[in-house]
Design a protein around this ligand. Structure first.
Ligand code: NZQ
Ligand code: ZN
Length: 386
């Protein structure tokens, strides 16, 4: 097992009716900016619950943060924070609203001229404006981690940021919110969370037995939960399991003491930046090719995954590894998630080269757990996914 440090200060308020508790989590003397997305919270009753909870607070709102939170729109929110002297942020939404809020938490206290530098120059946020979240879409784990991803359409970029100042002070996880999530987003949520586990697991063995077993449990639970949640998102028990799996998949726990990969996400973000494909779907496109291309360095964990998650017991290590990749593809497809780039665009020629160039320009020339996946390798992986 590798050395590690672990500190996760996020207070989780899990369960039906917990939204009311934000009243006591946010100090009364704060001036709050409530941030949300395209308006789903105004149709499904979540906004009303937040409004009731905040009846004794001073607050205003900023809506319209789009999926893949857009820098230019976030700058408008930043102006509101400054002109209205906001002191506390409350994100009510999925990964995009929470990530947008994390950017604002950092940008609100940033002293440089151009907030984009936080992303472009990888500036860590040691201290941000305090914020809490009400999660409406289980998927990213953003509600219990300190990372965020922000898009800027005008220059075709989608970049990550993070730092210890970007953990939410609290996050409300009420599984009843799952009832109104469209099928497409439920499938995205399962796929994103499943791939988060894979990125932290499909590397090489380091004798971290507990981390491996927790990761495998999350994957098995997601495989069992997926058909049930898509068929009946109103079922509370199913929704609760789905929600907690997604949070546990990326709250930092299973990545401690083990090597991690994250190449699938790095390549996937490029596909979202170029084509606007949903984040989770880019992962389903890249993961199979990435694992097939790197099978030599990943076959031990792939075979362990085959055996423990998919009950594949026959064959050599390589055969088990390939069978598990196939099972993963079929799992994504069972949720109507396409696993080839051509499922999303007919204009895919040249994509691999463009991604390669973009990675080189950014100096990202060594991806993966061994830092040996080069831009040339990425080009081949993307070509394999056409
Ligand atoms: O905008 P509204 O109207 O709220 O609608 C949203 C949006 O259209 C809708 N939705 C959310 N909750 C709902 C609901 N509709 C009905 N009922 C509800 N209860 O779902 C749509 C998608 O929302 P979004 O927040 O974009 O989805 P997701 O949670 O998948 O977030 C994706 C973003 O998170 C980033 C992705 O790159 C992408 O930008 N990620 C963040 C990570 C992190 N911070 O740790 C890690 C991930 O790997 C990922 O990169
Ligand atoms: Zn993801």
């Amino acid at each position: 097992m590798l050395n590690f440090e672990l500190k996760n200060p996020v207070k989780i308020l899990f369960g039906k009716g917990e939204i009311a508790k934000i009243a006591s989590e946010i100090p009364k003397n704060e001036k709050v900016l409530l941030l949300y997305g395209g308006g789903s919270i105004k149709k499904n009753g979540i906004y009303n619950q937040v409004e009731t909870a905040l009846k004794n607070h001073t607050w205003i709102e900023f809506g319209g943060i789009p999926a893949n939170p857009e820098y230019d729109i976030l700058l408008e929110a930043l102006n509101v924070i400054k002109s209205e002297k906001i002191t506390y942020l409350l994100a009510v939404g999925g990964g995009s609203v929470i990530d947008g809020t994390k950017f604002l938490s950092s940008a609100a206290l940033y002293e440089g001229e151009e907030p984009w530098d936080i992303l472009a120059n990888g500036i860590r946020t040691e201290v941000g404006m305090p914020f809490g979240t009400v999660l409406t879409l289980p998927a990213t784990g953003s509600e219990m981690n300190s990372g965020a991803v922000v898009s800027r359409k005008s220059i075709g970029e989608k970049l990550g940021m993070g730092g210890p100042g970007l953990f939410p002070q609290f996050s409300v996880l009420d599984p009843t919110v799952v009832a109104t999530i469209p099928k497409r987003q439920l499938a995205n949520g399962v796929t994103d969370a499943f791939t988060h586990v894979m990125e932290q697991y499909m590397t090489y063995p380091v004798g971290a037995d507990l981390q491996d077993r927790i990761a495998e449990s999350i994957m098995v639970s997601l495989i069992e939960t997926a058909p049930k949640i898509i068929a009946n998102p109103s079922d509370y028990t199913t929704a609760a399991n789905f929600m907690w799996c997604c949070t546990m998949a990326l709250n930092g726990l299973i990545q401690k003491g083990v090597p991690t990969d994250w190449a699938i996400h790095a390549i996937g973000h490029e596909l979202t930046a170029q084509y606007g494909i949903d984040h989770a779907r880019t992962l389903a496109v890249i993961a199979p090719s990435h694992y097939r291309y790197n099978i030599e360095t990943k076959k031990e964990k792939l075979a362990q995954y085959a055996q423990r998650v998919w009950n594949i017991t026959e064959g050599t290590m390589e055969q088990k590894a390939e069978a598990a990749i196939k099972k993963s593809e079929e799992f994504f497809q069972s949720m109507e998630i396409g696993t080839r780039l051509s499922d999303y665009t007919s204009q895919f020629e040249g994509t691999a080269k463009r991604i390669k160039t973009s990675l080189i320009n950014r100096g990202w020339v060594a991806l993966g757990e061994h830092k040996k996946v080069t831009p040339d390798d990425v080009e081949k992986i993307v070509e394999m996914s056409y």
